[in-house]
Write a protein that binds this ligand. Structure first.
Ligand SMILES: *Cc1c(COP(=O)(O)O)cnc(C)c1O
Length: 377
């Protein structure tokens, strides 16, 4: 059993993917070939924003978003304490200071009420200038953008949506990666929409941001002229090969994969909700199920369940065993953190089960039967 079966997906899409790869090889435009621009158009249309700029990976996408907003040393950027390291890392890389905010116990996402408390603390301390919030669509579920936006507007902060795990999710029909002033995603192979290497994208409705992003994508070029460099940029582009692969994968994602993972989630729910704490999807929200994550009663119970499943070759993962504030890299971060108890509790009790669009029938029954057999009282 695979935790996320990318080989099975390839077997199903093989003919189209192989053909897409061969076309790129024959055409020879390995960097910024036509597939890249076509993909950007398809992605922008699907998400429902004006501009999509692809880039090297989801971490670069965050870095480029922060550069666009002119984030620098002395700035405070509010980041959920329960996320993948890159969310905070990009902030530190920009020279700014990540301020960790606790998350909601049910959705795993940034808690807007706690966000406001932390912003007030930072304002009263006067050490850092609050500039932006990075909200993460953790495990595929969009963050609570309605309430995050209210807080952002009250304190004049920009929103960056880290949609690395959120592509395909939505709130009342409005798609993930459209909620930030700038939104980002990742095409790392195991993400909801993955390529066969590293890749990422940035989304925005703002024309000036888009122009700036296209410039820093290629060494701070001046419009179309890459040998006239008007600012310090990066070299962060999506390979044409990856774009061609993503064109095939995006079609499958839209046609049936997103629906399929939602079906897998509902099968899990039906079989597990009586015995464990299953994920909560608020009214109007739709998840792209980057992970299906259950909560156990204690670290001991979680670790024992994981070990028992491993004995029968059922792969599970712990996302994330350490919160941001507990990371060694942040041990010297001299910031008074507010109460982070929920994220700390989650890191000890969550367990992600095998999940992907091709995870079907018999395999789900095996996982659920095994969990049922474990004594979880
Ligand atoms: C994966 C991930 C990233 C980074 O994406 P890469 O493409 O691996 O650089 C950033 N944020 C979150 C929440 C992620 O899950």
């Amino acid at each position: 059993m695979q935790f996320r079966d990318l080989k099975k997906q390839y077997q199903i899409l093989k003919k189209d993917i192989d053909q897409a790869i061969v076309s790129v090889l024959n055409e020879g435009n390995y960097i910024l070939g036509k597939q890249v621009e076509e993909l950007e158009e398809s992605l922008a249309e699907y998400v429902g924003v004006k501009h999509c700029i692809t880039c090297g990976n989801g971490t670069d996408a965050l870095t480029m978003a922060l550069m666009t907003l002119d984030i620098k040393e002395g700035d405070a950027i509010f980041v959920p304490n329960f996320t993948f390291f890159a969310t905070a890392e990009a902030v530190s890389f920009s020279g700014a200071t990540p301020i960790f905010v606790d998350v909601d116990e049910e959705t795993f996402n940034l808690d807007p009420k706690k966000l406001e408390i932390v912003i007030k603390n930072v304002l009263s301390e006067r050490r850092f200038i609050p500039k932006a919030i990075i909200a993460v669509d953790l495990f595929g579920l969009p963050a609570d953008y309605v309430n995050i936006k209210k807080v952002a507007d009250r304190y004049n902060l920009k929103i960056i949506e880290d949609g690395a795990q959120g592509f395909g999710g939505s709130i009342n029909g409005k798609r993930a990666c459209s909620f930030g002033d700038i939104s980002t995603t990742s095409f790392f192979p195991a993400k909801p929409l993955g390529c066969y290497g590293d890749g990422g994208a940035i989304f925005t409705d703002n024309d000036a941001y888009a122009e700036y992003l296209k410039s820093i994508q290629v060494h701070g070029k001046n419009g179309a002229d890459k040998y006239d460099n008007v600012r310090i940029g990066m070299n962060s582009r999506l390979d044409t090969l990856q774009a061609a692969i993503l064109q095939v994968k995006l079609k499958a994602f839209i046609d049936y994969e997103l629906e399929a993972v939602n079906k897998v989630a509902s099968w899990y729910d039906q079989r597990l909700r009586e015995i464990v704490d299953v994920p909560t999807i608020p009214e109007g929200f739709y998840s792209s199920w980057a992970q299906y994550t259950i909560k156990l009663k204690s670290k001991k119970q979680r670790d024992e369940l994981q070990a028992k499943l491993k004995d029968t070759e059922i792969p599970t993962m712990i996302y994330y065993p350490k919160t941001m504030s507990e990371q060694t890299a942040y041990k010297d971060l001299d910031v008074k953190n507010a109460n982070l108890s929920i994220s700390e509790k989650l890191s000890k009790t969550v367990l992600s089960l095998p999940m992907h669009p091709y995870f079907m029938g018999e395999e789900i029954e095996i996982v659920c039967a095994k969990i049922k057999k474990c004594d979880l009282t």
